[in-house]
Write a protein that binds this ligand. Structure first.
Ligand code: ZN
Length: 403
């Protein structure tokens, strides 16, 4: 099979924790076995919910009931209160007294800082106003916030056209009723390993799950196909370092597969010399971007060995919102390789295989193979295994924002 064949076969909706994601995991496992690898699934638990159903009824003046969508993993129940519009950019600017027992309307995603404000102010319920074209999307609490606020706060989204009607009609009081089912499901990582002469490790990772409505070709059947392509090229070889291929589930739900891997293999993390993450690809016109988390020495090294082989791209030291982050948070250097560009349709129903080609995938497979072989064969690590203070801070800020 060519890389594009893997991508094409994987381009179906495969949301974290669903049967479709499990099917994709087993397809990846069997492709690895066909190449000659020993591959296995590593399950982990995640909280999930049905899309849910809700209504909002204007009480003062009385009006017609309207549909609202509960925020996934938030509390079920009913509440009545006065409307408070939270038209501020940050929680510290909010008038907390006015929020007490209120039904709050705001345009922000229900992230940690807002949830803390709602708890502190004692709101009755809070609604995020969504653009009209976003009405079908389901907002969901992160796993961390679900554990902390999921049994406490009534949260929902409402589309802009409905919300503005309430303002125009000078509605003062409303009642909301929200219901959804919450349950625990299993998601899976797929792992395969190439034995090495030492216990030092290199990891190549890609997530294979999608958002709820997207067939996820560029994001990230592409990266999955690229990792499979790399694995195929080096099967049955033996390097100084062992190489692990990890295909992560539930990345789109908050890097859950990578977080679970890092937690389950905490004793191995100091043996990993580099994590290479392939997330987003398939467009041959866009430059390949190499984002390193380490020191300038790592980035210069990568750039140097690629230039020697006549390969190029954009090289920057930066974080990347993907599966290398949980590793780098634990001091493992990483390199994220991606190309998006024109016609990037990630997270939408339009992210289909027709917008990708084999050539674009092979470019990234070539570059990854060069980097991997060089480092895997080096007796002494050719760069300092360290993350700069500046990047460490960026990583901490990233996780604080996304709790
Ligand atoms: Zn992705």
């Amino acid at each position: 099979m060519k890389p594009i064949d893997y991508l094409t076969e994987l381009s179906f909706i495969r949301r974290g924790g669903t049967q479709e994601e499990f099917n994709a995991a087993n397809m990846i496992k069997s492709w690895l076995e066909d190449m000659g690898y020993n591959a296995w699934l590593e399950p982990f638990d995640i909280l999930d919910s049905t899309p849910g159903d809700g209504e909002l009824i204007p009480i003062e003046p009385y009006g017609e009931s309207m549909f609202v969508r509960p925020v996934g993993l938030s509390k079920c129940g009913e509440a009545e209160g006065h409307i408070a519009i939270l038209d501020v950019s940050e929680p510290e600017f909010a008038d907390k007294k006015n929020l007490k027992d209120a039904i709050v309307f705001m345009q922000h995603y229900p992230r940690q800082k807002w949830l803390e404000l709602f708890r502190e102010a004692g709101v009755a319920a809070a609604l995020t106003v969504l653009g009209i074209h976003m009405e079908k999307s389901v907002l969901t609490l992160s796993q961390t916030n679900a554990a902390e606020f999921g049994n406490e706060l009534l949260l929902s989204s409402i589309s802009y056209d409905k919300a503005i009607k309430l303002v125009r009609n000078k509605v003062k009081r409303v009642r909301v009723k929200l219901k959804q089912e919450k349950y625990s499901v299993k998601s899976h990582n797929v792992v395969a390993e190439l034995d090495g002469e030492s216990d030092r490790q290199l990891i190549v990772v890609a997530h294979f799950d999608t958002t709820p409505l997207s067939p996820g070709a560029q994001d990230n059947a592409a990266g999955t196909a690229e990792v499979l392509g790399v694995a195929k090229r080096i099967v049955r070889e033996k390097f100084a370092r062992r190489i692990k291929f990890i295909f992560c589930g539930s990345e789109e739900k908050g890097l859950l597969g990578a977080k679970s891997y890092v937690a389950a293999h905490a004793d191995q993390l100091d043996k990993i010399d580099l994590v290479i993450n392939l997330d987003v690809g398939g467009n041959p016109f866009s430059p390949i971007i190499f984002r390193s988390i380490g020191t300038q020495e790592l980035l210069n090294y990568v750039k140097g060995i690629l230039h020697q082989k006549g390969m190029t791209g954009n090289f920057i030291e930066d974080i990347y919102s993907s599966d290398n982050m949980p590793f780098s948070r634990r001091n493992v250097p990483s390199l994220a390789i991606a190309r998006a560009g024109i016609e990037y349709k990630g997270h939408s129903p339009h992210d289909t295989a027709e917008l990708t080609c084999n050539e674009a995938l092979v470019d990234i497979i070539d570059a990854t193979e060069v980097i991997l072989r060089e480092i895997a064969n080096s007796k002494f690590l050719p760069y300092e295994r360290k993350i700069s203070e500046e990047l460490k801070k960026k990583i901490e800020d990233y996780f604080a924002e996304r709790k």
